[in-house]
Design a protein around this ligand. Structure first.
Ligand code: HT7
Ligand code: ZN
Length: 875
């Protein structure tokens, strides 16, 4: 595969003013007739260039220009293009192509999911539908006619408004759609199927009525209410917070079972993975409800941040994704608990994104090159991109940030633009200079920020000396200092102290210091007592901050900081210190012990009535295995697992009474609601249950079994199911495994949970069990949700079994990647994640992992997706 560079960007040689598509869908083959009004781009450098259209896996039936059929000599077809050497300056091109959606397992382009036809065109899937200029800076208005058998496919959808429809006399029918907004091909969508819908309405601020529909298979109609209310809340929120109204009279969502990602923001026809749209209490966990709300909002918000203003090229992907993730995170924070949302997002960033920054696929928020764009839908583009927007929002403050987004949307409406255009709009609106800040877009890697504090009692001054440094990443040896906004406070024994930076007037109790140099000192005056600094409040920048806190300092922050993120972070830092001590003891063959201060701290958290219950649950969780792995350089998976398990057991033993109280006091008797309050209660109760089950007592087992048998919601059922599976109670295990499947075998999304619970089970022998489950009738290698639930979860979330010492886990994953490489390259490539981090592990594991990567590399016919990740990992 070829590497494509941002520096080589050139405007397109041709523009497509109008796109008219006619789809004739049939069981053995489908025919697409594309009629394109093209003209030379006056901005192109070569005004004599040949027309080169993208196209993959297409059979060209006919091609004509201005009604004149072309002969074979007039054009050339390769495996990925159609070239016509001589074309007029302005002309109508018509291509008729044949495709086989029913054989398309890549789930890109037009494909079948169960009995339904659907599309996925982002990033470069439209070229599998017809020959086209499949790049985001070519924007066109589309009309689309879909024709199919009426009985099998009564519902025929595409973007925009339904403008005409009719029956044919052979049992077929057709519907014509017209989308008045110019859009790139990646936002095109088509659906044909036997679907039913729920409907609601939204009246915009301007008084326009919008019909909202969610299309699903008939059996899923009872699971649409939460997505619908989430959609309505999102539409209202985008008007209130960003002044953005919806712009058509119809907004459709369609749920499909086979989908490579979560959902897709096609103009007025969003297509969703069923896992991100369907929800009801009996089948969906609290996390599932929250995911539906977040993804519905995310896709809806793209209507402005992505569709009305889109990306010039795929290097600018974070322009729409980072900004939209920031928008959806703020929406979710407003709908539920702001602190919990922040803690969850930071946890993801610190484990998964920081790991990406430290691995072979590290790239800047605006990458400089890629082989396969599908590999760049990453946590760096999405989550780090959102952190970059968050820093801009905080630097500007709410009023100027709103001025900036207004200016950005007004200035660039209907255009395909760059991250630079976004930053420029912010600078122009707020009158500030973001020159140095721009490095967040161009430099990869996670900056390290080391802070030292010195208190001078005589001078009543406190100085913070800050050093920043960013490790090298592939292709970027040297980094320039970042502009790091560090929100901070100084805590005294009775609360936050007034801040006088460099003898200035009191700046209040919290401020943001701008770290811009490699080394810098900030001196605070009139500091009446030795403070405990509260640094990076709210996680104000995506950096790894270190400060030499004593355990007493951490305990103090845990119970005294007004910033919920800092309280949680202090509990994590304390957990890391304790676990690292235990890991070191295990590695030396000594008896590990748990620092009693951790137990005391957990006891007071459990007893603190003033704390939000969700925060209690979060603060009682030790740092995850994934986080412990991320922060260590020579990872000993088994020592991390053993230390963590022993610490958890000790906590359970010593806090048994308090945990029982938390379990009993948080039993929810009201009707299920995915409200912040109820979610918090369930979270605390199930955290307590998980600890208590480690004690292996009949009493704990009874509580878990009772919850499994009688809970009225999937959150509680699954929590009980998980703890029973991980326990030593063999008979109950067999019983719940069987019962769960029998009860839910007709709910595919619940069966995925059943697969996943088994895949992440930490008991020995799980690999063989997972292998066995691959032959289960409900497993399907062609369905990405099933692959993620079983193979993805085992390899990505079950470290102790995946890294079993003989390397069998690595062999298993490599086998699956090889099998998936030809079926679905995007899914195959994403599964590679756990193997790509091989350099971090202790020597024996490292060599075994590397050998599996080499085995994959030697396979003939590797897709560009898999090739890019494996080859970069082996460098
Ligand atoms: N913008 C959407 C990206 C997406 C996608 C990309 C590659 C392959 C399949 C895909 N499905 C959806 C999703 C989003 O961020 O909103
Ligand atoms: Zn998105």
């Amino acid at each position: 595969p070829k590497t494509i560079f941002l520096k080589d960007y050139q405007v397109p040689d041709f523009l497509i003013e109008k796109t008219d598509l006619y789809f004739s869908l049939d069981e053995d083959k489908s025919v697409v007739t594309a009629t394109l009004s093209l003209r030379r781009n006056p901005a192109a450098t070569d005004q004599t260039a040949a027309l080169v259209l993208h196209g993959q896996e297409l059979v060209l039936l006919t091609v004509s220009i201005d009604g004149q059929a072309l002969s074979d000599a007039d054009y050339h077809c390769s495996s990925d293009s159609l070239t016509i050497q001589k074309v007029p300056d302005s002309f109508v091109l018509q291509c008729m192509t044949e495709i086989k959606p029913q054989e398309n397992t890549s789930l890109e382009g037009l494909y079948k999911s169960n009995t339904m036809y659907c599309t996925q065109c982002e990033a470069e899937g439209f070229r599998k539908i017809t020959y086209y200029l499949d790049r985001p800076d070519v924007m066109s208005v589309f009309t689309t006619t879909v024709e199919a058998d009426k009985e099998r496919y009564p519902v025929l959808l595409s973007n925009g408004n339904n403008v005409a429809s009719g029956d044919k006399d052979n049992g077929r029918h057709w519907v014509k759609w017209d989308d008045p907004f110019k859009k790139p091909a990646y936002l095109f969508a088509l659906v044909a199927g036997d679907l039913e819908y729920t409907e609601d309405h939204f009246t915009t601020q301007s008084g326009d009525d919008v019909t909202l529909r969610i299309f699903v298979e008939p059996k899923d109609l009872d699971k649409c209410a939460h997505a619908m209310s989430s959609l309505i809340n999102s539409m209202r929120w985008d008007e209130d917070v960003y002044g953005r109204e919806y712009d058509l009279s119809i907004f459709n969502i369609v749920a499909v079972d086979d989908f490579n990602m979560g959902a897709m923001e096609n103009k007025s026809l969003n297509i969703f993975n069923t896992s991100c749209v369907l929800a009801k209490p009996e089948t969906t966990t609290d996390a599932g409800f929250q995911r539906v709300e977040g993804v519905v909002a995310h896709e809806y918000f793209h209507n402005w941040s992505g569709n009305r203003v889109t990306c010039r090229d795929w290097f600018q992907l974070s322009l729409k994704e980072g900004f939209t993730v920031y928008r959806d995170a703020e929406f979710s924070a407003d709908m539920g608990s702001r602190t919990v949302k922040r803690v969850e997002d930071v946890s993801l960033l610190r484990t998964v994104q920081f790991a990406e920054d430290g691995g072979p696929m590290a790239h800047p928020v605006r990458p400089e090159s890629f082989m396969e764009i599908s590999n760049f839908y990453t946590v760096t583009i999405y989550e780090k991109g959102a952190e970059v927007v968050r820093m801009i929002a905080n630097l500007l403050g709410p009023e100027d940030f709103r001025k900036g987004t207004d200016l950005y949307f007004d200035r660039h409406d209907g255009q395909a633009v760059t991250c630079e255009d976004f930053v420029k709009a912010m600078e122009d609106a707020a009158g500030i200079d973001l020159t140095q800040f721009r490095r967040w877009y161009s430099q990869a890697g996670t900056p390290r920020v080391a802070v030292e504090g010195v208190y001078d009692a005589a001078a009543q001054s406190y100085s913070l000396t800050v050093e920043q440094h960013c490790p090298a990443t592939p292709g970027q040896e040297q980094k320039q200092p970042f502009h790091i906004p560090m929100a901070m406070a100084l805590l005294g024994q009775d609360g936050a102290l007034p801040l006088h930076l460099d003898n200035t007037a009191n700046a209040g109790l919290e401020m943001v210091v701008d770290i811009t140099q490699a080394r810098q000192t900030f001196v605070f005056n009139q500091v009446k007592e030795k403070p405990v600094p509260s640094l990076l409040r709210g996680f104000s920048a995506p950096v790894k901050l270190s400060f030499d806190y004593s355990r007493d300092d951490l305990l103090f922050l845990m119970s005294n900081d007004s910033d919920g993120f800092i309280r949680w972070d202090a509990s994590q830092q304390l957990g890391v210190q304790v676990l690292n001590e235990m890991i070191a003891a295990l590695q030396k063959g000594e008896e590990p012990t748990v620092d009693p201060r951790l137990i005391t701290a957990y006891r007071s958290i459990l007893q603190d009535e003033s704390l939000d219950k969700a925060m209690v649950a979060l603060m009682l969780k030790l740092p995850s295995e994934a986080y412990m792995t991320e922060i260590s350089d020579d990872v000993d998976v088994h020592a991390i697992y053993n230390a963590r398990t022993l610490a958890r057991l000790t906590i359970a033993k010593q806090l048994e009474q308090e945990l029982w109280q938390a379990l009993r006091n948080n039993h929810c008797t009201e009707e299920y609601q995915p409200s912040a309050l109820q979610i918090a209660q369930r979270s605390l109760k199930n955290t307590a249950l998980a600890y208590l089950m480690l004690l292996d007592t009949q009493e704990a087992l009874d509580a878990a079994v009772e919850q499994f048998d009688h809970a009225n919601n999937m959150t509680d059922v699954l929590a009980a199911f998980n703890v029973i599976l991980n326990s030593g109670f063999g008979m109950q295990k067999q019983r719940v495994l069987k019962l769960f499947y029998e009860r839910w075998q007709h709910e595919s999304l619940v069966v995925n949970q059943w697969f996943m619970a088994q895949a992440v089970c930490s008991v020995p022998g799980t690999l063989e069990h997972v292998k066995g489950l691959m032959s289960h009738p409900a497993f399907d290698l062609k369905n990405p949700n099933k692959v993620r639930a079983l193979i993805g979860a085992f390899c990505g979330q079950n470290a102790v079994n995946f890294h079993q010492r003989d390397g069998a886990g690595y062999r298993f994953l490599a086998d699956q990647i090889i099998a998936l490489n030809s079926l679905n390259p995007q899914v195959a490539s994403r599964l590679l994640g756990p193997l790509t981090k091989w350099k971090k592990y202790s020597e024996a594991s490292r060599l075994l992992m590397k050998a599996e990567l080499e085995r994959i590399m030697a396979e003939p016919g590797l897709s560009s997706d898999v090739f890019e990740v494996v080859s970069k990992s082996l460098k």
